[in-house]
Design a protein around this ligand. Structure first.
Ligand code: PLP
Length: 426
């Protein structure tokens, strides 16, 4: 049997023989006692080591404007760090807030404020609406979904295409339905599909008529600078596009240094129109007198300028690109041409999105678990954990060392083949 022959073209006898072969390979795999994990979309220790100089900074606790960073105050974050990230995110420093260690907390706060108080353009708080719905491009980031679910916000899915969310589907949904109040977009190297939102898609989202007057684009640019190749995707400038279209308060942009410096001790950012930044800070101020400015000062000294961030990201790239290349090699060599799987080949971000034969993703995850390889639960990238086709698996190769990526991916390929053989022979 040629390696490139699609399994779907095999006769019943051939499939039975193939299944036996795969079962034997799986039994060998299972007896090898692996203990590997491909679930964690987090930086490896080697990546974290790139930022260890932070542990000896700052050298001065007085920031560029003379503020003592050890003290209370400065709710918007120190200007020196905001200037660096304003340049990287193409916003003005007054449009940018530097916060604590998690942009996810800022996203949660924004949704809480919208629910409890309404936004700058809301007729009333979202909690007083009969129903609030949100568009989620799928596959997407599980915490976006669980956050909405925690607030009782219903989720409506649209396909994530290689160019970003299916903009025509989105425009159609929002045109006449005032219950649809927003959309999540991970514009650059999306989690998990690695999609990059094109200028055209961004322009449609920024300008499309919406029945809800306070429609929000939550533009989560968590992987804005996380390139895997020299072909560095540029994020669309959603704030300028929306502003030019007469919707300056529609987008709220998020980013962070979680996967630039320390995932647990970085700095989160929020960017929006000046009016919306004022709205955000107004509510934030009820619960904080200021962020951890010492950490912000440390980051400002560490990077120096925007080019310092770009140079630092190239060091990350050198560490993780070989792991992504290994994932591609194994998928190609083991599953290529078999007609049972497709996968993304991202040029940035933290994930590879693997689509297996419909109805077999959960089985693959179960087989992998029993063989000692932890995979993200099937369906995790869909609202309510429900992948209707049971086809998608998110692979996260950054955390394990290269040799572990090789072993784990070989195991995954064996499980995909066995699950497909089981299904086709059933
Ligand atoms: N947004 C996306 C799309 C992510 O994948 C992640 C982490 O995996 C986050 C946000 C979390 O960001 P932060 O660490 O800044 O809270």
């Amino acid at each position: 049997m040629s390696n490139a022959q699609p399994l779907t073209e095999l006769s019943a006898d051939e499939i039975a023989a193939f299944r036996q072969e795969q079962q034997a390979a799986y039994d060998t795999l299972k007896s090898s006692g692996l203990g590997l994990n491909l679930t964690r979309g987090k930086p490896s220790a080697q990546q974290l080591d790139l930022s260890n100089d932070l542990l000896h900074l700052p050298t001065s606790y007085v920031d560029a404007s003379g503020t003592d960073t050890r003290n209370y105050g400065g709710l918007q974050g120190i200007s020196q760090l905001r200037e660096i990230f304003a340049e990287l995110l193409w916003v003005e420093p007054e449009q940018l807030v530097a916060g604590g260690n998690a942009s996810l907390t800022m996203m949660r706060d924004v949704l809480y404020y919208l629910t409890l108080f309404g936004g700058v353009d809301s007729p009333r708080p979202w909690a007083q609406e009969e129903k609030v719905r949100f568009i989620c491009p799928v596959p997407g980031y599980d915490r976006h979904h669980t956050l909405l679910e925690s607030l009782g916000i219903e989720m409506v899915t649209v396909p994530m295409t290689p160019d970003g969310p299916d903009a025509d589907a989105v425009a159609k949904l929002v045109a006449d339905d005032p219950t649809i109040k927003g959309i999540w977009v991970v514009p650059t190297y999306s989690n998990p599909a690695g999609a990059v939102c094109t200028q055209e898609v961004a322009a449609t989202l920024a300008s499309m008529p919406t029945a809800a007057p306070d429609f929000k684009i939550l533009w989560d640019n968590a992987y804005a600078f996380h390139h895997l190749t020299k072909d560095e995707a540029k994020s669309a400038d959603i704030l300028s596009l929306a502003s030019a279209a007469g919707n300056p308060d529609r987008p709220i942009v998020f980013a962070s240094t979680s996967k630039i410096t320390f995932a647990g001790a970085g700095v989160g950012f929020l960017a929006a129109s000046v009016a919306q930044v004022k709205w955000y800070l107004g509510h934030l101020g009820n619960g904080s007198i200021g962020p951890d400015k010492v950490n912000q000062q440390r980051h400002a000294e560490f990077f120096g300028d925007a080019e310092g961030v770009r140079a630092h990201m190239r060091k990350h790239r050198d560490i993780i690109a070989p792991k992504f290349a290994e994932v591609q090699r194994i998928l190609r060599e083991r599953l290529g041409g078999k007609g049972i799987a497709t996968w993304t080949d991202p040029i940035g971000g933290y994930f590879v999105s693997l689509d297996v034969l419909p109805g077999t993703a959960s089985r693959v995850v179960q087989l992998a678990k029993e063989a000692g390889v932890a995979l993200t639960p099937a369906g995790a990238s869909y609202p309510y954990g429900n992948d209707p086709e049971d086809t998608n698996i998110r692979l996260a190769p950054t955390f394990p060392v290269l040799e572990e990526v090789t072993t784990a991916m070989d195991a995954v390929a064996t499980c995909v083949l066995l699950a497909a053989a089981e299904k086709l022979s059933a």
